[in-house]
Design a protein. Structure first.
Length: 197
C-alpha cells in the first residue's frame, strides 16, 4: 500500500488517505475469499482514489477474490464492478453490468436549449427513450446518437445550444432513485452510520 516509509510512525499522524490504505491492507491480511468494502475512497484525493482502484482490481484478479463494494460514487462502481446493484430505500431496484444498465436506461444524452421546447413531439420519436425539461434545458436520452442525432435536431426546431454525451451510471442511478435531495440521509458509509447510533 506504499506505506513503508511511514511504518514506524503512529497511525494518528497519518492522513485520511493513508489510514484508508491501512484499513484496506488490514482487511486483506488473511486472504479472504470475499472482501466487503464500505465506501473505500470516501474523502480521498484523486491520486489516492486511483491508486486504491488499481489495487482493488489487481487484488480481485490475482487472489480470485470477490469484492462487495458499497459506494455513492458511480464512477467508482463503473471502474471496479462487474455487476452493479442500485438500492433505493433498502430495496434493489436495478441489478446488471454497468454497460447493460447504461444501454437500457441512459443511452446517449442530448442536451438542448431552446425557447419553446416541444417535448411531446420529441418523446414520440421511436429512438427517444426519455425527455425531461429542467432549468431551461431539455435532456433527451436517445439510442445511438451517432445514428439519430441529425433526425432529432431536425425535429426540434430552432435551438440555441446542443451537447451530446454518453450516458453514465449517474444517469441510471438518478433514473431509478429520482433527483430530489434527501436531507435525512447521513454522511458516510453504512458502518460509520451504525457507529454513530
Amino acid at each position: 500500500m506504499n506505506l513503508e516509509k511511514r511504518a514506524d510512525d503512529f497511525v494518528n499522524t497519518y492522513s485520511g488517505g493513508m489510514r484508508r490504505r491501512l484499513e484496506l491492507a488490514r482487511g486483506i491480511m488473511h486472504h479472504p475469499k470475499i472482501l466487503f468494502l464500505d465506501e473505500p475512497t470516501l474523502g480521498l484525493d484523486p491520486q489516492t482514489r486511483e491508486h486504491i482502484w488499481d489495487y482493488i482490481k489487481e487484488l480481485a484478479q490475482k487472489e480470485c477474490m470477490t469484492v462487495l463494494l458499497t459506494t455513492h460514487y458511480m464512477e467508482e462502481a463503473e471502474q471496479l464492478c462487474d455487476r452493479v446493484a442500485i438500492i433505493d430505500y433498502g430495496k434493489i431496484v436495478a441489478l446488471d453490468s454497468p454497460g447493460v444498465l447504461k444501454s437500457r436506461i441512459a443511452g446517449d444524452v442530448v442536451t438542448i436549449k431552446q425557447r419553446i421546447p416541444d417535448i411531446k413531439s420529441i418523446v414520440g420519436l421511436d429512438y427517444v427513450m426519455k425527455a425531461e425539461d429542467k432549468d431551461g434545458l431539455l435532456y433527451i436520452s436517445i439510442k445511438d446518437a451517432g445514428k439519430h442525432l441529425q433526425d432529432l435536431l431536425s425535429n426540434t426546431g430552432p435551438i440555441d445550444f446542443v451537447e451530446v454525451r454518453r450516458g453514465t451510471l449517474n444517469d441510471v442511478f438518478l433514473h431509478y432513485t429520482g433527483r430530489e435531495i434527501r436531507e435525512s440521509e447521513a454522511e458516510g458509509g453504512f458502518w460509520e452510520r451504525m457507529m454513530k447510533r
